[in-house]
Design a protein around this ligand. Structure first.
Ligand SMILES: *Cc1c(COP(=O)(O)O)cnc(C)c1O
Length: 353
């Protein structure tokens, strides 16, 4: 039996190219942590580790089960970026030789109770107001428990993509001032992808790079989308001026048109709110979404596409159609598309060798 499906194709070569390009921005001493939380932003954790292990100095994840999968494949540093939430998790993390973030006093209490001060990353709130110790609170802990310990001091930027945002300046200053009070063994880490690209002077000892690896950083054309989401055309029809397409008749034909229906809907992870006019690619030509996304189908205006037939692929993003296109034109972010594709879409990982 043959059957059709939409496909999510991941190209390991592009991941490697993106990493190599981003690493050129780092200061000599900065080490590169590949952030591969959330199944490597939807790219398949194990395959990604196998493909990039020689390029990474360490890995960042949030869940213990992801750390475990990495540990089976690599001896490199693995950081639990939200740390542990119980004694059991601490024991498991130690067993796997993980580094862990400590972001509040509840977590620090668990570590104190176990006299466990190795491999810690102390997270400071410098303005994001999500996780992290207040500076005063941290300094009390530092003076009492950490002043003679080796650890990494970290914080996270709220607006790293915005070069001119005042919040970055404030966060850098708070972090920098605090770092001067630390003993000489303390490492520093602040940079995610946006910070590496916009503020390379702050790459310090460790960068924590996620979205740039996968090509979702949209302000530098050298960084390429590593995922292709494509779906076959299952029907083509002609409609007349004034006719409407799809639920609620959202799209109305201003002229006679050709409409292709493709095998991908919101149950596959394509957001419901995708707007009419969003670019897709068919046979290397740009076509546009026309009509509301359904559960299993999406309709495309192919009036201007040459040689288009049932079975042809419609690409929603790819190396040639950057994910930032569909993200920006729909007021979404590439992180959301990467992590949103559902399991019923066939995932194909192309290894580098
Ligand atoms: C996800 C995450 C990153 C990676 O951010 P990108 O913008 O994807 O590069 C860095 N640091 C922490 C703490 C994170 O949770």
């Amino acid at each position: 039996m043959t059957s059709i499906n939409s496909e999510l194709i991941i190209d390991g070569k592009i991941l490697r190219k993106n990493i190599s390009y981003i690493k050129e921005k780092l200061k000599d001493k900065s080490k590169f942590m590949a952030v591969i939380k959330s199944d490597a932003y939807g790219h398949h954790l194990e395959n990604v580790v196998k493909d990039i292990d020689d390029l990474a100095d360490g890995y960042g994840v949030v869940r213990l089960n992801e750390a475990k999968k990495i540990r089976n494949l690599s001896d490199k540093k693995i950081l639990l970026m939200q740390g542990i939430y119980s004694q059991d998790e601490l024991l498991e993390a130690k067993e796997l030789n993980l580094d862990m973030v400590v972001h509040n006093s509840d977590q620090f209490q668990i570590l104190k109770d176990n006299n466990s001060y190795n491999n810690l990353w102390l997270k400071i709130n410098t303005g994001m107001n999500r996780l992290g110790f207040e500076i005063k609170e941290f300094l009390e802990i530092y003076d009492e428990h950490l002043h003679d310990k080796k650890f990494t001091l970290m914080t996270h930027l709220a607006a790293s993509n915005d070069k001119d945002s005042l919040s970055n300046k404030n966060q850098f200053k708070l972090f920098n001032d605090l770092s001067k009070k630390m003993n000489k063994d303390v490492d520093l880490s602040i940079a995610n992808t946006g910070c590496i690209m916009n503020f390379p002077e702050y790459t310090y000892d460790w960068v924590r790079c996620g979205i740039g690896i996968y090509g979702g950083y949209f302000k530098d054309q050298e960084i390429k989308t590593a995922m292709t989401l494509r779906s076959p055309i299952v029907n083509i029809r002609q409609i007349k001026k004034g006719e409407r397409v799809g639920y609620d008749g959202r799209a109305e034909a201003q002229d006679n048109m050709s409409i292709a229906t493709v095998y991908l809907g919101y149950a596959d992870g394509l957001p419901l709110k995708i707007k009419d006019g969003t670019s897709v690619m068919i046979n290397n030509q740009i076509a546009e979404v026309f009509g509301r996304v359904s559960m299993d189908l999406t309709t495309i205006d192919i009036s201007n596409i040459e040689n288009c037939s049932i079975g042809d692929w419609c690409e929603f993003f790819s190396e040639d159609l950057p994910m930032s296109n569909i993200a920006i034109s729909n007021d979404l972010i590439s992180y959301y598309f990467m992590t949103g594709v559902k399991s019923r879409v066939k995932k194909v990982y192309k290894r580098t060798d």
